[in-house]
Design a protein around this ligand. Sequence first.
Ligand code: ATP
Ligand code: MG
Length: 324
Amino acid sequence: MQAADLLDPRVLFVTGKGGVGKSTAAAAVALAGARSGRRTCLVEVEGRQTMSRLFETQPWDFDEREFRPDLFGMSIDPEASLTEYLEMFYGARRLSKLVVGSTAVEFATTAAPGIKDVLLIGKVKELERRRDPDGRFHYDLVVVDAPPTGRIVNFLRAPDATTELVNVGPIRNQAQSLVDMVLDPERTHLQLVTLLEEMPVEETVQSVGALRELGVTVGPLLVNRVLQPKGDDSVQKLLAAGLDGGELTTMLNGAGLPVSDDTVADLLARGERHAHRIALQERMREQLVRRSEVPMLELPFLSTRAFGEAEVGRLAEEIAEVVT
Ligand SMILES: Nc1ncnc2c1ncn2[C@@H]1O[C@H](COP(=O)(O)OP(=O)(O)OP(=O)(O)O)[C@@H](O)[C@H]1O
Ligand SMILES: [Mg+2]
């Protein structure tokens, strides 16, 4: 596997530690997919309307809508998935309208805690398998803004747990078909998003292990918010040499720059902090490569007040440069 293979599978579950930028990365991957000509569906599963806010669209719901060229968005909720499932298997349109409601889902969820996840993954599979009248797949790529790493193993294991509970019948077959999708390296990759910081790196390394044990394929890591070294090499060398503030003030004043000791001290402190963070990043990058053995694709830290579609677009460009 190489970073260039990022968009190869048909389904990408994007996960990571809370707050590392899963939703942002999922949006950027989906946008890169759509721009590459893949008909793409971006899926939200936690009903938080993160995507509609990010792209400034109408709120998302169970009906997919093409909100950008080749880019569709939808939000899966378990209740709607259950209704659709019953309609598909039993043709019970009228019955399901009566039976299915939040009570039914609540009941099912209490009876078998994983059922909500099975319903969510079931809808993802429906999107992935859907065909147009000419026989071609309707979507080339389905990108899911999935639950965080703390929940991802149980989330993905839910269909398999169901097959253990139910031995025969349509539910078992349906659950087995989800297991097949999740475990097929051609169809599904797990996309971990991380930061070059201690805790996220640790959690990522653990998750890569747990996911591999589960048998799912871990795609290239998306390393988010990577700082770019400021200044050229000579500046870095000056900082590394531990410049004396007093000397620097004298030098600058001598060169006709009327700067005070305080300003110079402040600038030096900032420079040193920056150099320190770059050095830490370097150590974390080395650890991540060595311990995860997964190729990486880095996304830059974008310093902006409001993070919106333009920024997602810039991250999508970074992805497009690497992906084939
Ligand atoms: N490359 C980046 N540069 C700068 N800021 C970023 C970048 N990526 C994400 N952010 C910011 O980091 C914050 C968290 O991002 P996001 O909501 O995507 O994380 P998340 O992992 O989905 O969070 P949650 O666990 O709450 O779902 C947001 O404010 C987002 O704008
Ligand atoms: Mg999120």
